[in-house]
Design a protein around this ligand. Sequence first.
Ligand SMILES: *Cc1c(COP(=O)(O)O)cnc(C)c1O
Length: 427
Amino acid sequence: MTIADREVANSRESRKGKGDQTMQATRTQDAIALVESSTAHNYHPLPVVVAEAEGAWVTDVEGRRYLDFLAAYSAVNFGHRHPDIVAAVKEQLDRVTLTSRAFHHDVLGPFARELADLAGKELVLPMNTGAEAVETGLKVARKWGYEVKGVPVDQATIIVAEGNFHGRTISVVSFSTDPVARTHFGPFTPGFRVVPYGDAAAMAAAIDDTTVAVLIEPVQGEAGVVVPPAGYLAEVRRLCDERQVLFVADEIQSGLGRTGTTFACEHEGVVPDLYLLGKALGGGVVPVSAVVGDSDVLGVIHPGEHGSTFGGNPLACAAGRAVVAMLSTGQWQRAAVELGAHLHARLSGLIGRGVVEVRGRGLWAGVDINPELMSGREACEALLGEGILVKDTHGSTIRFAPPLVVTRDEIDLAVDALGRVLAARGA
Ligand SMILES: *Cc1c(COP(=O)(O)O)cnc(C)c1O
């Protein structure tokens, strides 16, 4: 029995409930009831209340342990409370945490230089959340379009892909194709054209003289870990060069090691004009996002034209520096390749046994289960009972994105649990 097996056995044992089971269960129910009576219902979480976490494991308020196979949508790529990240943040907490950009502080320069170098670019514009990085990318692209490309003022268009997920602000949901994200949030921001994802010909047809940028995810995460056809990203890059259009890659979920490379664009040897980064950039500790590009593009922004009180704050920069240092060794990317191959091999073994399709890249998989057996939500609830935390995306798709510290044995535990859950429904 491996350590991981024992963990799950213990955890199953505790789940069976002995001792003060009622009091324990009440703890979960009370915590959930308080959230439900006190917060807007903009989420529908699985019924688990996490109290502590370390590495790939979390512990709930009743002391039960679970393997975290969501990793906060890849924001926890390096595992919960990675010691390097925690140490960097603790040290910074004792020095200075916030100055605003009205003054300089001594962590922004090193963070920006190190992140730009990691991306092979010249400049960084730091923000906080992913949606802010996307908004920043859109603003930069429009301004570049007017001032460099010479598009007539207020005529700029930006091409996006069907099934996209780029965040939740008004402008960003303006070009979402998910009715749930859009309904009753109009009027919407104009200036966007939507084309099918993975269709380079449609992209070519949509570009005209007003087009300033193409904004795409190199792998569509929320859509269900959708990998575009081979050659697509390279062809979009070629089109952008030919038509003088910026290639803006939303690598907020796909970037920083998840797919086995620092950036998912690398799988096709593509270098975008702007990288949008977020999620894992904050090391799972604080929200840190950034737009990374060269000075001929990011240089269009001048004082007063864009900013954020918290963007580039010392604490964020300390977390970001630790993350960039970790990614600089290549060790995490290699882990994602090796563990990802194992994850995909094991999940593929369930095809025809309740699983219809498995997609993905690196340590990232979208698993379509047979909708006749159960919904994605039901599968996640059943896996929760098995001590595995995952989240459905659409309908009958569940996403596997464990932290890159996960082991092969832990991957086996999760895939075996999925097999049991499906078999219990007659798969
Ligand atoms: C999560 C995500 C965002 C939005 O990030 P937030 O920090 O939630 O605002 C944008 N783009 C992609 C691809 C994402 O996965």
